[in-house]
Design a protein around this ligand. Structure first.
Ligand SMILES: Nc1ncnc2c1ncn2[C@@H]1O[C@H](COP(=O)(O)OP(=O)(O)OP(=O)(O)O)[C@@H](O)[C@H]1O
Length: 247
């Protein structure tokens, strides 16, 4: 398969229309639509079971879509095999800090580059960029990933996705289970990624973090988009404040 346009330079808008996901008789996502423009950071908040994770998995082709269209920078993603989505410039950090605990930090990072058919120099450049963003990973490059703290493992999971130089990063609950200090660190990383021009689609139960990290948000309830708006508008909405911010 030919390599898609250079993800470092090509712009891409994610366009989701009428996307649905069913698990047997359970409708997890019901005809949702939204866009993420180049450099834009969009958040999806919602309670447990609202359909947030299923949405991200459907974008990555990891669960069957029962309807809808997904475009990214001129490519119809519904026609792309799951293992090739990353070659089109989409990175994915799944829920739950998935690292390979028995492999060294650097080996974990190199696995993130295998999805691209690159020569050594590009991989070395990606590694240098990840170590610049997360100096602690550089310092611990020879250590087993299982020896890292929870927050460091989350940084490693983000770093691994960055190794393939995405234009758009999907992040599923990156702050889950982290202390308030580490949540601040995650926020700083998200800000830095935006400054570097990445588009972000951030799924979170932590609405406060989401409103700080994004410009626009969707609220998902029972598989549907219940509300949309700028993050500032939603942060000030009475219902959102009551249900998702608890104030
Ligand atoms: N593999 C599966 N098989 C059957 N039902 C599933 C499966 N995965 C999710 N569901 C159901 O789909 C619905 C949406 O789940 P999903 O995980 O997408 O929600 P979520 O908003 O990400 O929730 P959480 O914040 O708890 O991760 C829920 O009713 C869930 O029980």
């Amino acid at each position: 398969m030919s390599e898609p346009a250079d993800p470092a330079t090509a712009a891409g808008t994610l366009t989701v229309e009428d996307l649905s996901v069913h698990y047997g008789g359970v409708c997890a996502v019901r005809s949702i639509g939204f866009t993420v423009a180049p450099g834009q950071a969009v958040g999806i908040i919602g309670a447990n079971g609202a359909g947030k994770t299923s949405t991200l998995k459907a974008l990555m082709g990891l669960v069957p879509r029962s309807g809808g269209r997904i475009g990214f920078g001129g490519t119809d993603l519904t026609r792309i095999r799951a293992r090739d989505v990353v070659r089109h410039g989409i990175g994915y950090v799944p829920e739950g800090r998935h690292v390979f605990p028995g492999l060294a930090v650097e080996k974990n990072l190199l696995l993130g580059a295998y999805a691209r058919s690159w020569r050594g120099e590009q991989t070395r450049q990606s590694l240098a960029e990840v170590y610049e963003l997360f100096p602690v990973l550089g310092e611990m490059r020879g250590r087993l990933a299982g020896a890292l703290s929870g927050g460091q493992q989350q940084m490693l999971a983000v770093g691994r996705a960055l190794m393939a130089k995405p234009r758009l990063m999907l992040l599923d609950e990156p702050s889950m289970g982290l202390s308030p200090k580490l949540v601040e660190d995650i926020l700083a990383v998200l800000r830095r990624l935006r400054e570097d021009g990445l588009s972000l689609l951030l799924v979170e139960q932590n609405a406060k973090l989401t409103f700080e990290a994004t410009s626009d948000c969707l609220v998902m309830e029972n598989g549907e988009v219940a509300m949309t708006g700028t993050s500032a508008e939603l942060r000030d909405d009475v219902r959102v404040r009551r249900i998702y911010l608890g104030i």
